[in-house]
Design a protein around this ligand. Sequence first.
Ligand SMILES: *Cc1c(COP(=O)(O)O)cnc(C)c1O
Length: 234
Amino acid sequence: MSIADNAKRIIERVSQAAVRSGRTPEDVTLVAASKMNSAENVRAAFDAGIKVFGENRVQEMLEKMALGAYDGAQIHMIGALQKNKVRNIAGKVDLIQSVDSLALMQEISKRAAAQGAVQNVLLEVNIGREESKSGVYAEELDELAAAASGLEGVHVAGLMTIPPASAEKLMSRKYFDEMRKLFVDIETKKYDNVTMKILSMGMSDDFEEAIFAGATMVRVGSAIFGERDYSHPV
Ligand SMILES: *Cc1c(COP(=O)(O)O)cnc(C)c1O
């Protein structure tokens, strides 16, 4: 299957899952996770109808951006972000999905405000409490969300998570349901400068379960681009 065929199929499956969960196709945004894929591959997915891309590494994103890979599309940072890389992307990307500390949010605030921009961000939650994963624990989320109220140049638009890899769809569903609860919970707190519009969860193996659980954004990589070849970094 070509990238174009895969992309069209995934767009269709996302739409169908949205409708089956009582929403419209427009209610769920498909982000193509294009790490380790060339600008050419990104363009192939764009031409097939993908309108949002997510990258994990700042350097890789900037290189592909310079090649025009994302022209006409939105670009999101979805990977772990170091503070010293923030100045390269603040105000340049449509969404930073991976904010997992107050220090990082403050840095984004400072860099975006200096450009007169407001950077939309998501707060990343480590819902499975895994040592190896970034994201705040559920009980730390309130404090981080509340801290956004004092920051210019940044707006919290929702939550993101990468749950533990699991062969069991029921296990993923449990984590997705927990995320949905947190999402609703934070919204009811009505923190200044925080709106719970985006719930980003679900990847190639479980994006339909995530949508059934309330995801408004899914991030799909290998199901569109094929398995990543880690022996040949882009
Ligand atoms: C790579 C990646 C994805 C997509 O993973 P696949 O299993 O290839 O669909 C989603 N989110 C993040 C943060 C990623 O790094």
